[in-house]
Design a protein around this ligand. Structure first.
Ligand code: AMP
Ligand code: GLY
Length: 388
């Protein structure tokens, strides 16, 4: 199979790595990819949003779309209209991520437990912008002062919902055709600082399996969360094809959905894919039994620039990637560029250091050992991924 991966971050590097292991793969392309992906695929200097004409030229057997923005903008529809198979939902189905109000309507119709909408703004509560906000559209308000700030900052339209308490988990279901393949749960770390201090980010790390949610519980979660939502979307005439991501909180009263995304999570994907046995490409192409979870553990530590998440970092030389790889970790590129052959920073999240092991503790130790080889001016990362 000839495959085109759309996107340029660590999630896409992880997808390219997993796809490149498939015996069915003949050619791998990326749009635009990044310097890390370039070791696995031919990268084309085309923005994700503009990938359709490139796909018409390349005629891949499958396009795998990483990020949400091109999906919400209709890239999968455009590809299908050109007769090209794609792993990723239509714009109509991607609204499950693009509009929180739509997601809530679908969940309520499908009987999926989620956070109650509150009629009046009073702490504790959560204020949510009703659109794509790259992780910056949610204000968790425990005090009146936090609520006042949130209401000043949130753009219209928004809604207010109950604040749920409990550990968070992410569960992905690959929905292709009639079949659903449920992946093992992972946890990501959204806040920038150790102990969940500071502002929200795109994600500072992840790990899987979880100490508090068994891998095989994902099947039960899919039965009460993913499958009802997929049935509801199909009934509405907008079937979802791709990775349906449920963000959940385990409250004292059971699991509640806090968000759906229409794509693989970043950086959870980086910790899930190295745990899978089997052929991911076959699974993405809709073959039954493509992948299953192994007992291996994986931990991802994200290396970010000095001013992240307020500002990205560009042009700072990066050292030690080969040494980290030689130490046994995967180093997946999240925001890098090449300047005259020198790898430099180019974004907010710069590199993902991913290690596997027989236990989370072993994988964690290996990830941090490998990360210690990498250096760039201002580099920072959380020290408490997968347990402090
Ligand atoms: P989202 O942009 O929907 O991923 O939300 C970002 C983060 O806000 C989540 O990872 C949670 O930590 C938090 N959050 C969202 N909704 C709720 C809620 N109803 N109760 C508590 N925390 C929430
Ligand atoms: N890890 C959070 C996300 O991908 O939205």
């Amino acid at each position: 199979m000839k495959v085109l991966v759309v996107g340029s971050g660590g999630r896409e590097h992880a997808l390219a790595w997993a796809i490149s292991r498939s015996p069915a793969l003949t050619e791998l392309h990326a749009a635009p990819g990044n310097p890390g992906i370039a070791a696995l695929a031919q990268c084309h200097p085309v923005r994700a949003e503009d990938a359709a004409p490139l796909a018409s030229e390349l005629r891949p057997d499958l396009v795998v779309v990483g990020p949400e923005a091109p999906l919400v903008a209709g890239l999968a529809d455009e590809l299908r209209a050109r007769g090209i198979a794609v792993f990723g939902p239509s714009a109509a189905a991607a609204r499950i991520e693009g509009s929180k109000a739509f997601a809530k309507d679908v969940m309520d119709a499908a009987g999926v437990p989620n956070a109650r909408t509150l009629p009046i703004a009073r702490p504790p509560c959560v204020v949510k912008f009703d659109g794509l906000a790259a992780g910056k559209g949610v204000w968790v308000c425990r005090t009146q002062a936090e609520l006042d700030d949130a209401l000043r900052e949130v753009p219209e339209p928004f809604h207010i919902e109950e604040l749920l308490e409990g550990p968070e988990l992410s569960v992905f279901a690959l929905a292709v055709g009639e079949d659903v393949i449920v992946l093992p749960p992972a946890r990501d770390y959204k806040r920038v600082g150790d102990g969940d201090a500071g502002p929200n980010t795109g994600g500072m790390g992840s790990f899987s399996p979880l100490p508090d949610v068994r891998d095989d519980e994902a099947e039960e979660i899919a039965e009460t969360v993913h499958r009802p939502v997929l049935r509801e979307l199909a009934q509405r005439g907008t079937p979802f094809q791709g990775c349906l991501y449920a963000g959940l909180i385990r409250t004292d009263d059971g699991l509640r959905v806090i968000e759906f995304n229409c794509r693989f999570g970043d950086p959870e994907t980086q910790s899930i894919l190295p745990r899978l046995d089997g052929d991911l490409l076959a699974a993405l192409a809709g073959e039954r039994g493509g992948v299953s979870a192994s007992s291996r553990a994986a931990v991802t530590v994200v290396l970010v620039g000095a001013d992240y998440p307020a500002r990205g970092d560009t042009g700072t030389p990066i050292d030690g990637v080969e040494a980290a790889e030689a130490a046994g970790a995967y180093v997946w590129h999240a925001g890098t560029a090449l300047h005259d052959g020198q790898l430099v920073t180019n974004g907010g999240r710069i590199l993902d250091v991913v290690a596997t092991g027989d236990s989370v503790a072993e994988a964690r130790a290996a990830a941090y050992d490998a990360a210690a080889h990498i250096d760039f001016a201002g580099m920072k990362f959380r020290r408490d991924i997968a347990g402090g």
